[in-house]
Design a protein around this ligand. Structure first.
Ligand SMILES: [Zn+2]
Length: 231
């Protein structure tokens, strides 16, 4: 009986972000407005880069949630400070984080866990990017879709390699452009609390990080609530 029940339940890999106090981090209301500074020295067409950023955001506007990420247009903002202007921007020169990181989402929240603002920085200093899934380059939409998950309060899905919120990506990878069921379950956990998400154990598969690069969230600000069951 128990085995049958376990088999019928999906494995949960997603994690949600919480404050020190244990309060879950979430947007208290939508829409959340944002802009793009698409200027870059990486050869990415600015207009197409802005379109790709919008496509990545739209992936999270899932039916059954109130999630709405409203694009305001372009901006000159290019900082991760809590400046009241949420922006996606490219860093061609002075990338302040680890060089292995493809992108970094910085989030700001109050003591209740309500998000106040965010920025997404894309590392064009250390990585080569494409907009079309070129097999030798990192795909911008693939990475930005992942970063938008952090903006909404999701951590990393360590045990679901096909999840958008899995922490690493490879050149040419595009599957993170589309949410997996695990990502959707995580989104509903945060924004549709009445939906019951089944819990089940999952098995960790050790994996070499060799050849992989990482998708970052600013961990000094955010704590990750590890929700996976022990294997
Ligand atoms: Zn990440």
């Amino acid at each position: 009986m128990l085995a049958l029940m376990l088999l019928s339940q999906p494995v949960q890999a997603f994690e949600v972000m919480v404050k020190d106090s244990g309060a879950a981090m979430r947007w208290p209301s939508f829409p959340v407005a944002w802009s793009v500074n698409a200027q870059n020295n990486a050869g990415l067409d600015p207009n197409m880069a802005a379109v790709v950023a919008q496509r990545a955001a739209e992936a999270w506007e899932v039916d059954g949630t109130a999630v709405k990420l409203s694009y305001l247009g372009t901006t000159n903002a290019r900082t991760s400070g809590h400046d009241g202007q949420a922006a996606v921007y490219f860093v061609d020169q002075e990338w302040p984080w680890d060089e292995s990181l493809l992108a970094m989402t910085s989030s700001y929240s109050d003591s209740s866990g309500a998000f106040l603002g965010f920025d997404i920085a894309v590392n064009t200093r250390d990585h080569d990017w494409a907009l079309d899934g070129n097999s030798e380059l990192m795909d911008l939409q693939n990475t930005l879709t992942h970063e938008w998950g952090h903006v909404l309060g999701l951590g990393h899905s360590e045990h679901d390699e096909l999840a958008t919120m899995h922490a690493s990506a490879s050149p040419g990878e595009v599957h993170k452009r589309d949410l997996s069921q695990d990502d959707i379950n995580g989104l509903f956990q945060i924004y549709a609390a009445e939906v019951d998400i089944p819990m089940a154990g999952c098995t960790a598969i050790p994996k070499s990080p060799k050849g992989m690069v990482w998708l970052g969230v600013l961990a000094s600000i955010l704590l990750i609530n590890r929700r996976r069951a022990s294997s």
